[in-house]
Design a protein around this ligand. Structure first.
Ligand SMILES: N[C@@H](CCC(=O)N[C@@H](CS)C(=O)NCC(=O)O)C(=O)O
Length: 223
């Protein structure tokens, strides 16, 4: 049997959870290797050999290592085309181009304001870092503009790249999960008719529910 691929990083990281969701959609066995960011393990020389920018995730398949969560997801779907969710990265050139287009929109337009908001609103308070109100306001406005485009698109098609759930939708799960469930600004998603409907559909997929369980493991039962 082939060695399971390795994912290095904590499931609470948005970029790590993107890769985990993809592996689960594709039924690819994996081994999760926790990297303690609190202890700075992602900046240690051994980890930098896997991810030279000192960020999670790093990914290993046999002797090859990869970084950048979206590139890793593309690799997983291409390598395992015929298993799990077979349409996750499209089945023809045009479908793939449309998925790539919305993946780029996620990375270039949705991710910058949403990840800033997630950090400022969900993580900064936990890390006892002072929130930057100006930055929050600025990024709320930026995200609202992006979501106006999504609202229109999702009024025309069930998912971003068409009528099937794809990598483009999957890539939005990590930041949206924190926005909706880890901040008080979830309404920016749920109050939009089409975006809210889309979020309900994509966030209740079995793959994503498993990732959320990995992020919030049940406390051990006392004897
Ligand atoms: N574009 C990268 C982003 C990776 C990234 O920003 N990871 C964060 C955690 S979600 C991280 O490692 N932050 C620590 C740091 O940048 O020092 C990807 O998608 O893999």
């Amino acid at each position: 049997m082939a060695t399971p691929v390795k994912v290095y990083g904590p499931p609470m990281s948005t970029a790590v959870s993107r890769v985990l969701a993809c592996l689960l959609e594709k039924d690819v066995p994996f081994q999760l290797i926790n990297i303690s960011m609190a202890k700075g393990e992602h900046k240690k020389p051994d980890f930098l050999k896997l991810q030279p920018f000192g960020q999670v995730p790093a990914f290993q398949d046999e002797s090859t290592t990869l970084f950048e969560s979206r590139a890793i997801c593309r690799y997983i779907t291409e390598k395992h085309q015929n298993q799990g969710n077979k349409g996750l990265y499209g089945t023809d050139l045009l479908a793939k181009a449309s998925i790539d287009q919305w993946l780029e929109a996620e990375g270039q337009s949705f991710n910058p304001p949403s990840s800033t908001l997630v950090f400022q609103l969900a993580f900064a308070p936990r890390m006892k870092i002072k929130q930057d109100e100006g930055l929050i306001k600025q990024n709320e406005a930026k995200l609202a503009k992006v979501l106006d485009v999504y609202e229109k698109r999702l009024g025309e098609s069930r998912y971003l790249a068409g009528d099937e759930f794809s990598l483009a939708d999957l890539s939005h799960l990590p930041n949206t999960q924190y926005l909706v469930n880890g901040t008080d600004r979830g309404e920016t998603i749920t109050s939009r008719k089409n975006v809210g409907r889309w979020w309900s559909e994509i966030s209740t997929r079995e793959s994503w529910k498993k990732v959320v369980e990995m992020q919030n493991p049940a406390p051990p039962r006392s004897a």
